[in-house]
Design a protein around this ligand. Structure first.
Ligand code: GLN
Length: 490
């Protein structure tokens, strides 16, 4: 089979089932593709080619015995380095976790391994998932396969870049304020932020626990639904994981969207976005309408405060979560002959500038005397956002908007101005604050710079099924993802 590495996981699964190809052949093709592009891309912190090939050989044996563990048994996957992997270094992109080898697998990893997915490796990311460009990684810069001078987006930078470039059919990322959807948009692929609690956070290195969610990055909507389904559902080891059954997002995915009501947010008028993004997004709205949806304006007045609330809540939670990196329990240890010196040095050397900034912001927001004015207020805004959304969902089934106000930007363009960087997530953070589900799907390239643009569809909590149906119908009608035009020329 030519260009095996460009095939979707779903197509590869059918080829495996038909015995047209083996898992070892697929895995080998992906490893070769990765070797050819990785010098430019720098997506992996740790490729695990030997492990992937060994897993693939076992998958082939299982299939030969008629004992495939799932229909995807033998289709390889890669993980953002924030998922802990037993016996394999996991750093969350931070120097403070350099050399940390976890003794267990994250639930996501465990469930995908149980389904038979060979492990391709661990992917680069912004340190502790704080960032929108990958530039906050403590290790390396991952490049955007569409233009090597530009960022792939973040924080799931490596996950988006490797999938977009054909090095893996799918990868796992995490999204606290946009870190799956935004890089997916900037790299021209599909990215899903599931409802909070749908996927277990057990074994995900924590950033902001009330916002963090794991989700798939893929080149097709169906693959995203399949990978999500593999890992979704209650996990007794995560007390915030949902106890009712996960929605079956694959059945009926091709039902179409005739009759669906889709809301366009009045306050998200496309004015603030790049003209090229605006063009594609407006076309996307027309396409949804052409496919049978009715478009309606909805008002979400509290969304204006989304970024402000997020940058109090997320740093507050991170300041608590990151207190565990003290030089005693994990990874790096700085020199010092007493505990204060040792811990201070460990943190000074191990944490990058953005992480330090967030810890300081969060500690301040939570301090006595300021708590009510900052953290308390932000929580109130969060409640208002949930109410505004509930009101909108009484009129519409889904909400559509851009994923990112711009296409991929150049390295260094926003690093000097944290606020400009934070605004990259203006359309994505409200979804995390409200705990809703969101998907970013490619809607073509910008006429201004030829770079991919992403359309975001937002669904109410646990209504992933509706979201996937709409995304699938849109993707099939547009035909971008499956065409040459939808692939970077790397
Ligand atoms: N860019 C946002 C931040 O820096 C979101 C990150 C994320 O979703 N992990 O916090």
């Amino acid at each position: 089979m030519s260009d095996l590495f460009w095939k979707s996981a779903t197509d590869l699964a059918s080829a495996l089932e038909a015995k047209d190809v083996s898992s070892v052949e697929i895995t080998q093709a992906l490893i070769e593709r990765t070797e050819a592009i990785e010098g430019d891309l720098q997506a992996y912190l740790l490729p695990t080619a030997d492990r992937a090939l060994a897993d693939a050989a076992t998958a082939d044996e299982r299939r030969a015995r008629g004992q495939a563990r799932s229909s995807y048994d033998g289709i390889p996957v890669a993980y953002k380095d924030l998922f802990v992997t037993k016996g394999i270094t996991s750093t969350s992109g931070s120097r403070i976790l350099e050399g940390y080898v976890p003794p267990y697998d994250a639930t996501v990893v465990e469930r995908c391994s149980n389904a038979g997915l060979p492990l391709l490796g661990k992917l680069n990311m912004d340190e502790f998932a704080m960032g929108s460009s990958g530039e906050n990684s403590g290790y390396q810069l991952t490049r955007n396969p569409w233009d090597l001078e530009r960022v792939p987006g973040g924080s799931s930078a490596g996950s988006a870049a490797i999938v977009a470039a054909g090095g893996a059919p799918w990868a796992w990322g995490t999204d606290t304020g946009g870190s799956i959807r935004q890089p997916a948009a900037l790299c021209g692929i599909v990215g899903v932020k599931p409802t909070y609690g749908l996927v277990s956070r057990y074994g995900m290195i924590a950033f902001a626990s009330s916002l963090d969610q794991a989700g798939p990055l893929t080149r097709s909507v169906r693959d995203a639904a399949a990978l999500l389904q593999m890992a979704a559902g209650h996990d007794p080891r995560d007390s915030t994981s949902i106890t009712r059954g996960a929605p079956d997002v694959l059945t009926g995915i091709d039902d179409g969207i005739a009759g669906m009501r889709i809301g366009l947010v009045k306050e998200f008028s496309t004015e603030g976005s790049d003209p090229g993004v605006r063009t594609r997004i407006e076309e996307a709205y027309n396409r949804l309408e052409k496919l049978g949806a009715t478009l309606e304006e909805v008002s979400l007045p509290s969304f204006e405060f989304g970024i402000s609330a997020y940058y109090l809540i997320a740093p507050a939670e991170c300041s608590a979560n990151l207190a565990r990196y003290d030089g005693v329990r994990y990874g790096l240890r700085g020199a010092g002959d007493d505990i204060i010196k040792m811990t201070s040095r460990t943190r000074a050397e191990g944490f990058g500038a953005e992480v330090k900034r967030r810890i300081m912001l969060g500690t301040y927001a939570l301090s006595a005397g300021y708590y009510d004015a900052y953290y308390g207020k932000a929580q109130k805004v969060r409640t208002l956002m949930i109410r505004d959304l509930a009101k909108a969902y009484s009129k519409v089934d889904l909400i559509a908007c851009p994923t990112s106000p711009t296409t991929a930007f150049k390295f260094g363009d926003r690093t000097a101005d944290p606020l400009a960087m934070y605004l990259s997530d203006i359309f994505t953070v409200p979804v995390n604050l409200a705990g809703n589900a969101g998907i970013s799907i490619p809607c073509g390239t910008s006429p201004d710079d030829g770079l991919p643009v992403g359309l975001q569809l937002i669904a109410k909590a646990l209504d992933e099924k509706t979201m996937f149906k709409a995304a699938y119908a849109f993707e099939q009608d547009l035909g971008f993802a499956s065409s040459e035009e939808g692939r970077p020329k790397l």
